[in-house]
Ligand binder design. Structure first.
Ligand code: GLU
Length: 511
C-alpha cells in the first residue's frame, strides 16, 4: 500500500540523518525507528543519509558500526549507504551520494544561487571579533548574534576584502541573510504551530571557511534534492527549523513536513546523558537486551498507541505507527520497564534459541561448551527463563552449574532452626538416598521432590533442615531455583558422582 503524502501528493520519503560520531545513541535509534515505521506504514521509502560535514567530530568506522546496529535491530533502509554480502560499503538509491562529504559540489552550486539572489553573503569577520562581540552582548544581556557587519558591504568593500583574504590564503564564510522583518511559522506535526520573529534569528553560517557546508545548509539542500517528504527528528532541532524554512523559501522550494520527537529524559526528568555507557544502543545489546525488546521499548518513547497493548512486534509497530500519536511531553527512559519488557521477550524464546543467544555470555565467563551437553544448557535455561531479565545476568546466576564444586561456607549450610550436627547427619542421609534412587527419579525434579519429601516424613525430619543444606550445598548461593530443580539438573549435566561430591563437600565442612 502506498499512501500519498496529503501535502505533496507524493509517496512518503523519510530519512534518518545521523552524524557519525562513534556510537549509536538510544535517541538516534528512536529517530531511525520512527522514520522507518513512518515509511513502512505508508509503503514509502526509508532513507539513510550520513551527515559528516563536521569533520572534527567524525569517527572512523562509525558508518559500518551504525549499519551493523541498525541491521541487528531490524531497521532497514531502502536508500543510502549499505553493506554488501562481502561486507563492503556500497550505496542504494538514485538520489546519491548519500554522504554529505561526497556532495560538496552540490552545495557549492546551490550556495551560488543564494549569493546571486542576495539571500547569502560573504563574511570576513575574524573569530577574535566574533568573540568580542559575543562578550559585549553577554555583558548587555543581549542574545548572542552576529551583528551583520558584512551584510551591507559595498561592491568595492567586498572586492577589497576578497583580495585581502586571497593574498592571506584565507577563506571567508558565507552567511544566510535572514529577513529583517516578518515571522516564520513552523507547522510541526507533533508540536503544532510555532512562530518565530525573523528579526530575532541569527544570520547563521551556511558555508564554513574550510569550504564545507554547515548542517543547516546541507540539511535543506539534501532534503529537497532527495525529495524527502517528512523530517522526523529530535525536539532539540526545533529552534533550527525556522532557519531551515527560511532557506527553503530563499530557494523558492516547497518545504518538507516536520515532526519533532519529544526529548528523552532520565527517570528524575533530567535531560538524558550523552555519556556512551548509559545511552549507547551497542551497550544495551551487549548487556543482553534482545533487539526485539529494545525496539519495542524505544517505540514507546514518545509514541503512544492509545491502547493497553505494550508488547509489539516490528510488524505490529509498522501497522499501528502514526505520527498523530506521538506525544509532546518528554519520554522517560525507564530501565526498569526495559528489564520487564526484555524478560517478556526472553520468556517467548525457545530454550534452544536462548542457549544460542546466551552462548557469548557464557563463553566470556569461561564456560567450556565442549564439556557439557546441549541438553544441560537447555535445562539450565529452562530453570532461569522465568526470572531472567537480561542475558548478561546469566553467567553469574548459573555459575555453580559449571563448577566442579561450588564454594560454600559451613555456617550457611545450617538451616536457622537446625544445628551443624543434624545438618551433617541429614546430608549423609541424602547421600544414601541419592545413591539408591533410579536415574528416572534423579532426572525429574517432580519425582525427586516426591521422593525426598516422603523420605523426610519417614525419618520425621523437618523440611528446612534437609532442603536448605541440599539446595545450598548444590549451589553455594543464597538464592537459586528449588533444591529439586538444581539437583535434577546437576544430575543431568554432571552425573550422580558430582551430586554426591557436592553433598560430601558439605559433610566434610561440618566435620
Ligand atoms: N545530523 C543531525 C543529527 O546528528 C540530524 C538532524 C536532522 O535530522 O535534521 O542529529
Amino acid at each position: 500500500m502506498t499512501d500519498l503524502n496529503p501535502q505533496t501528493n507524493k509517496p512518503t520519503r523519510a530519512r534518518f540523518a545521523p552524524s557519525p560520531t562513534g556510537f549509536v545513541h538510544i535517541g538516534s535509534v528512536r529517530t531511525a525507528l520512527f522514520n522507518f515505521l513512518l515509511a513502512r506504514h505508508s509503503g514509502g521509502t526509508s532513507i539513510l543519509r550520513i551527515e559528516d560535514t563536521d569533520q572534527s567530530r567524525f569517527v572512523d568506522g562509525s558508518v559500518a558500526n551504525l549499519l551493523s546496529v541498525m541491521k541487528t535491530l531490524g531497521i532497514e533502509f531502502d536508500e543510502g549507504p549499505s553493506v554488501d554480502e562481502s561486507g563492503n560499503l556500497k550505496e542504494l538509491g538514485d538520489f546519491g551520494p548519500y554522504t554529505q562529504s561526497a556532495r560538496l559540489d552540490i552545495y557549492k552550486k546551490h550556495i551560488q544561487t543564494l549569493l546571486d539572489s542576495k539571500n547569502a553573503y560573504y563574511c570576513f569577520c575574524s573569530s577574535e571579533r566574533l568573540d568580542e562581540l559575543r562578550k559585549e552582548q553577554m555583558a548587555l544581556k543581549q542574545p548572542a548574534m552576529y551583528d551583520r557587519l558584512c551584510r551591507n558591504l559595498s561592491e568595492e568593500e567586498l572586492a577589497g576584502k576578497q583580495e585581502e583574504f586571497k593574498v592571506a590564503g584565507k577563506n571567508a564564510v558565507i552567511r544566510f541573510a535572514v529577513p529583517l522583518e516578518g515571522e516564520t511559522v513552523v507547522n510541526d506535526l507533533v508540536f503544532g504551530d510555532m512562530k518565530y520573529q525573523n528579526a530575532l534569528l541569527d544570520d547563521h553560517v551556511l558555508i564554513k571557511s574550510d569550504g564545507f557546508p554547515t548542517y543547516h545548509f546541507a540539511v535543506v539542500v539534501d532534503d529537497h534534492l532527495m525529495q524527502i517528504t517528512h523530517v522526523v527528528r529530535g525536539e532539540e532541532w526545533i529552534p533550527s527549523t525556522p532557519k531551515h524554512l527560511l532557506t527553503y523559501k530563499a530557494f523558492g522550494w516547497e518545504p518538507t513536513q516536520f515532526a519533532h520527537m519529544p526529548l528523552i529524559l532520565n527517570p528524575d526528568k533530567s535531560k538524558l546523558s550523552k555519556r556512551q555507557g548509559d545511552v549507547a544502543a551497542e551497550d544495551f545489546l551487549n548487556k543482553g537486551y534482545l533487539p526485539e525488546a529494545l525496539i519495542n521499548f524505544v517505540a514507546l518513547l514518545g509514541w503512544n498507541p492509545k491502547t493497553e497493548q505494550e508488547i509489539f512486534s516490528m510488524e505490529e509497530l509498522i501497522a499501528q505507527f502514526d505520527l498523530a500519536k506521538v506525544n509532546k511531553s518528554g519520554a522517560v527512559l525507564d530501565t526498569v520497564k526495559l528489564d520487564w519488557m526484555n524478560a517478556e521477550y526472553i520468556r517467548t524464546q525457545t530454550n534452544s534459541d536462548l542457549v544460542e543467544l546466551a552462548k557469548p555470555y557464557w563463553l566470556e565467563a569461561g564456560v567450556d561448551f565442549n564439556k557439557y551437553s546441549n541438553e544441560y544448557f537447555e535445562a539450565i535455561i529452562a530453570l532461569e527463563k522465568e526470572r531472567l531479565k537480561k542475558l548478561s545476568d546469566l553467567p553469574d546466576i548459573t555459575k555453580y552449574f559449571f563448577e566442579e564444586l561450588p564454594k560454600i561456607e559451613a555456617e550457611k549450610l545450617v538451616w536457622k532452626k537446625s544445628n551443624p550436627k543434624d545438618t551433617k547427619h541429614n546430608l549423609v542421609l541424602l547421600q544414601d538416598l541419592f545413591r539408591i534412587s533410579d536415574d528416572e527419579v534423579m532426572l525429574s525434579s517432580q519425582k525427586l521432590e516426591e521422593t525426598v519429601k516422603a523420605f523426610i516424613a519417614e525419618h520425621e525430619l523437618d523440611n528446612g533442615s534437609v532442603l536448605w543444606p541440599l539446595r545450598y550445598g548444590m549451589t553455594g548461593e543464597d538464592k537459586s531455583p528449588s533444591p529439586f530443580e538444581v539437583t535434577a539438573t546437576i544430575f543431568l549435566g554432571l552425573g550422580r558422582e558430582n551430586v554426591m561430591s557436592r553433598l560430601q563437600q558439605g559433610i566434610d565442612l561440618l566435620a
